[in-house]
Ligand binder design. Structure first.
Ligand SMILES: [Zn+2]
Length: 273
């Protein structure tokens, strides 16, 4: 891909919420690793792709009600965060949904002109009786189910299986593991291919120490996804991998605007050296 032809102008991570907990509360079977317990902050993000066809979202944050029920801190509503960045929710034409967990699939009706792209297997799972079991249902909000039905009735929910490229330079890969239709997003940027893992990889430690998140619907697949991502990073296929909930993302990359929007950081392009 030639640099000048990348249709992606910028990729931005937007932090909107926070959870403070112990490591043993978020990493699966943490005691097996023989490491001391300690604080683990979980940062909640969604992502904005500035594309030549218009702004695209990857996930939409959580409903304020869903955050309140779980006592999670919402630092700013995703729509308000976008407004601060000069993006009107009405101008979003495409939302990529990485999965349907509560903290990624909220506020769906706040984007009245958007088409939503989602793995078919993910929707089917959450419509199934299996999903009623507590270990699954704890991660799904009824508001999302209600609003997905509305989007579907309006013809705004588009399903895919395997791989989709809803706009040039942005590919959604259904990988599973964390949730049945968990998807990751490959973005062709000026720097190379940037991967947004969403919850296929929660934290940098998840990948580096092979410590999966406490909730996985298919653990072996989850590990295969770690291997696939790591090998593509090592081979240079991916120039960068951005994990779904690591607090380091908010500090490692430069802010969009340190004064007005310190909560949003530019993942790509990299600043000129
Ligand atoms: Zn999540």
């Amino acid at each position: 891909m030639s640099e000048s032809h990348s249709p992606v102008r910028r990729v931005i991570a937007i932090e909107f919420g926070l959870r403070e907990s112990l490591k043993s509360e978020v990493h699966m079977s943490y005691q097996l690793y023989g490491q001391p317990d300690g604080e683990q902050h979980t940062t909640y993000y969604f992502w904005l792709i500035e594309h030549e066809q218009g702004p695209i979202l990857v996930d939409t944050g959580f409903y304020p009600e869903g955050g309140e029920r779980r006592k999670r801190q919402m630092n700013r509503h995703p729509v308000a965060a976008l407004e601060t960045l000069g993006v009107d929710a009405k101008d979003i034409r495409l939302v990529i949904m990485t999965h349907l967990h509560w903290d990624h699939a909220g506020n769906l009706l706040d984007f009245p002109n958007a088409e939503f792209v989602l793995a078919k297997s993910e929707r089917e799972f959450w419509n199934s009786d299996l999903a009623k079991n507590k270990l699954f249902s704890a991660y799904f909000d009824p508001e999302a189910g209600r609003d997905l039905d509305i989007l579907e009735s309006e013809g705004r929910l588009r399903y895919f299986s395997g791989v989709a490229e809803p706009v040039p330079g942005v590919r959604v890969l259904e990988v599973g593991g964390h949730s049945p239709g968990q998807s990751i997003v490959e973005i062709d940027t000026r720097d190379g291919v940037l991967l947004l893992t969403s919850d296929a990889v929660h934290f940098n430690d998840t990948l580096e120490k092979r410590m999966p998140f406490c909730s996985m619907t298919d653990l072996p697949t989850g590990f295969e996804v770690f291997d696939m991502i790591e090998s593509r990073l090592e081979s240079g296929t991916y120039v960068d991998v951005v994990t779904g909930h690591d607090p380091v993302v908010a500090t490692k990359y430069p802010p969009v605007d340190a004064e007005r929007a310190p909560f949003a950081v530019v993942l790509s392009p990299k600043e000129a050296a």
